[in-house]
Design a protein around this ligand. Structure first.
Ligand SMILES: CC(C)(COP(=O)(O)OP(=O)(O)OC[C@H]1O[C@@H](n2cnc3c(N)ncnc32)[C@H](O)[C@@H]1OP(=O)(O)O)[C@@H](O)C(=O)NCCC(=O)NCCS
Length: 175
């Protein structure tokens, strides 16, 4: 699907496919170097292209997962996905993650991607989505809040970054 950002850039949002693996590895290196709101320190993403291909294949084959990419031309500018579990007692739930390259933040892209991710979860008959977010990641919290995610709890000292602990909020949405 094509969408227009607040700065009039037209972007494409679609499922990631195996041939995206090489560009995805490059994207992961870039986004992890840019953001301290994600799980990995720069250099901690160590997947090879082959490992990324396997990850994508597993995701594509799974009835409990989804992985989307947004592109400006050939450049990956955002990724988002969720994964769940096949065990019956938790099969209704998925956990999500999202990132947008710095240059493309605050242009409405995160909202476009999140809305699509929620629609995908519904298509897979999921009834609960959750996520973890740094308590000081106010832009992300605003985005999730306005999409109907509610604060469900706190993981105290959930992150250790720049030599200090930071709490994580658990946010969830009933679909
Ligand atoms: C969080 C993230 C995915 C949001 O994507 P995005 O494309 O910037 O999101 P959008 O532009 O659609 O929406 C951002 C919203 O936050 C608001 N916002 C930005 N900074 C804010 C702040 N400091 N306080 C409150 N709201 C803020 C924007 O005004 C916008 O709100 P609006 O839609 O009501 O106008 C993106 O910033 C990102 O990838 N950050 C780095 C990685 C990360 O934090 N991932 C999430 C980990 S849980």
């Amino acid at each position: 699907m094509e969408y227009t950002l607040k700065n009039s850039t037209t972007i494409t949002l679609r499922d990631a496919v195996i041939s995206d693996a090489k560009n995805l590895v490059a994207y992961m290196h870039k986004v992890n170097a840019e953001s301290k709101n994600l799980m990995r320190e720069p250099g901690e993403f160590t997947f090879t292209v082959e490992q990324e291909e396997k990850f994508l294949q597993t995701t594509i084959d799974s009835p409990n997962a989804c992985f989307l990419i947004a592109l400006d031309g050939d450049l990956i500018i955002s990724t988002a996905g969720f994964h769940g579990n096949s065990l019956k007692r938790v099969n209704h739930r998925v956990s999500l993650g999202i990132s947008v390259l710095e240059e493309y933040q605050n242009l409405g892209l995160g909202r476009i991607v999140m809305e699509d991710l929620i629609a995908r979860a519904l298509l897979l008959k999921k009834t609960k989505m959750d996520l973890e977010v740094r308590v000081d990641n106010l832009g992300a919290i605003h985005l999730y809040d306005t999409l109907g995610f509610e604060k469900e709890g706190t993981i105290r000292n959930g992150f250790f970054v720049d030599n200090k602990y930071i709490d994580l909020l658990v946010m969830g949405k009933l679909l």
